[in-house]
Ligand binder design. Structure first.
Ligand code: BES
Ligand code: MN
Ligand code: ZN
Length: 502
């Protein structure tokens, strides 16, 4: 991960290899017009004796978001190359466009060691701090590579990014960069955990690794092993984990800064590999199931960022870790599990395991009597059908909580959409035949059914929201600030939300 430094020297004086400036797409309806160079580009062009605007026109550069082109300076200024990056149309450019442009810059800079830019000034109506944060996020998210298991990793040489700010803005830019760097660092922590192959993150090992990540932060950790889970009555977590040769775990992390008024509990699904269990998945559906702990990775990474930022809010994180395997010891179809708190559940489909581990964790969370509970889970294929891989689903018992999470997602550039909890319409569907509840209620409205099941384990009157990230935790194709693989979504949303509640 490159480092970012903020300085007040003029951009044209930089000795970086690449100096990065902005261009805007022509206003809509004027598609044949050339892209328009930003103010920094004018200055850099003048200093280098280059007419960059004319270069853009001759290349027919369209200025679309994240498009890039290079112009050599031939020794006229210390930087060898001007990199021009598109921000889209001037009127619609905002933090999302800046983040994407930042990621494109990182991609274009993978074979140089140093870049310099003032791209944060390119967007009107955005504070210097918010712009610097979005830019830093884009640059760092776009620099992410997962090379742990490669014997011959493709080179990524970018080491240093210098942001040139004015004397008036420098303090705000510096703090925006810091928040952006912590936010991107947290998202990349989640990406690392999710990208890790499943044999190297089986529940006990992943619990240790999570605890280790907090060694230098003011966070205390407790890991419940299988004996403690049995003693506490965590029948859902144990039932899902019992088919595996490695036992399940519940990780509890606490961050309680002095003076914090609000207490929120973040709960994550941590299925380290989801084969479906006895209700075995077909092979193609299983291919990405190492991502089934992405909810857990998200809440861990969000807490990591919150602690680094020193947010004034008490946060407890619970991650329910189990490996869902078929075997002679696995839970059978139609077995009845007794969940923490005593509710009994008929397991109609062992592939609906996320709600079983989360049910126990939500009971545990409710016992802490927090102001709010948010759980995050790769819970249902139905969420992917409904909203695809770019929009997370949110279901909630509380309208204000739902609205604040959606708003945080918009700020963070990670869109979410609310689906109804629909207790009146579908509440009867979770009723069991021989037990209190059943874990499957038919194919239709699968995400809502799963959320209703979870709601049954949330303490009366506690504001609760559930994020289904089955579609958004992973991307098959590189796009925007995401490379192929784990996205780190919705870490940025949770961090923005926590900053809002602090
Ligand atoms: N982990 C899956 C959900 C999932 C699907 C995550 C696609 C990421 C991408 C979950 O445990 C699951 O298998 N859900 C079942 C539930 C069904 C059996 C009621 C599903 O959605 O098919
Ligand atoms: Mn499953
Ligand atoms: Zn699952």
């Amino acid at each position: 991960m490159p480092t970012i430094e903020t300085v007040t020297d003029p951009l044209i004086a930089t000795d970086a290899d690449l100096v990065v400036v902005a261009a805007y797409a022509p206003a809509s309806g004027e598609r044949d017009d050339p892209a328009e160079l930003g103010a920094d580009g004018q200055l850099v062009g003048e200093a280098a004796g280059l007419d960059l605007g004319a270069e853009l026109a001759s290349m027919r550069f369209d200025g679309s978001v994240g498009s890039v082109t290079r112009v050599p300076t031939r020794g006229a200024i210390p930087a060898a190359t001007v990199l021009i990056v598109g921000l889209g149309a001037r009127e619609s450019a905002g933090p999302t466009q800046l983040r994407r442009a930042g990621a494109a810059v990182a991609g274009a800079a993978e074979r140089v060691t140093a870049v310099a830019t003032s791209l944060h000034t390119a967007i009107e109506g955005l504070t210097a701090g918010a712009a610097a944060q979005a830019l830093a996020e884009g640059l760092l998210l776009g620099s992410y590579r997962y090379a742990t298991y490669r014997s011959d990793a493709p080179p990524f040489e970018l080491e240093s990014i210098t942001i040139h700010a004015s004397d008036a803005d420098v303090a705000e830019v510096r703090s925006g960069v810091e928040v952006g760097a912590i936010t991107a660092g947290s998202a990349c922590l989640a990406r690392d955990l999710v990208n890790t192959p499943p044999q190297d993150k089986r529940p006990p090992a992943l619990a240790d690794r999570i605890v280790h990540e907090f060694a230098e932060l003011p966070v205390t950790a407790r890991v419940l092993d299988e004996q403690e889970l049995a003693a506490g009555g965590y029948g859902g977590i144990l039932g899902v984990g019992q088919g595996s040769s490695e036992p399940p775990r519940l990780v509890e992390l606490s961050y309680a800064p002095e003076g914090a008024e609000r207490h929120v509990v973040l709960v994550g699904k941590g299925i380290t590999f989801d084969t479906g269990g006895i209700s075995l998945k077909p092979s193609t559906s299983m291919e990405t199931m190492k991502t089934d702990m992405a909810g857990g990775a998200t809440v861990v990474a969000a807490l990591h960022g919150a602690a680094r930022l020193g947010l004034q809010v008490r946060i407890t994180v619970l991650v329910a870790l189990a490996e869902n395997m078929p075997s002679g010891t696995a839970t059978r179809v139609s077995d009845v599990l007794t969940m923490k708190g005593g509710t009994t559940v008929e397991v109609i489909n062992t592939d609906a395991e996320g709600r079983l581990v989360l049910g126990d964790a939500l009971v545990h969370a409710s016992e802490l009597e927090p102001d709010a509970i948010v759980d995050v889970a790769t819970l249902t294929g139905a969420a992917v059908v409904a909203l695809g891989d770019r929009i997370s689903a949110v279901m909630a018992s509380d309208d204000d909580l739902a609205a604040s999470i959606l708003e945080a997602g918009t700020t963070a550039g990670e869109p979410s959409w609310r689906l109804p909890l629909a207790s009146d319409e579908y509440g009867d569907r979770i009723e069991g035949t021989i037990a209190d509840l059943k874990n499957v209620g038919g194919r239709e409205a699968g995400s809502i059914f799963a959320a209703l099941f979870l709601h049954a384990f949330v303490g009366e009157g506690i504001a609760w929201a559930h994020m289904d990230i089955a579609g958004t935790a992973w991307t098959k194709e590189a796009r925007d600030e995401f490379g192929k693989g784990a996205t780190g979504v919705p870490v940025r949303t949770l961090l923005a939300w926590l900053q809002g509640t602090a």
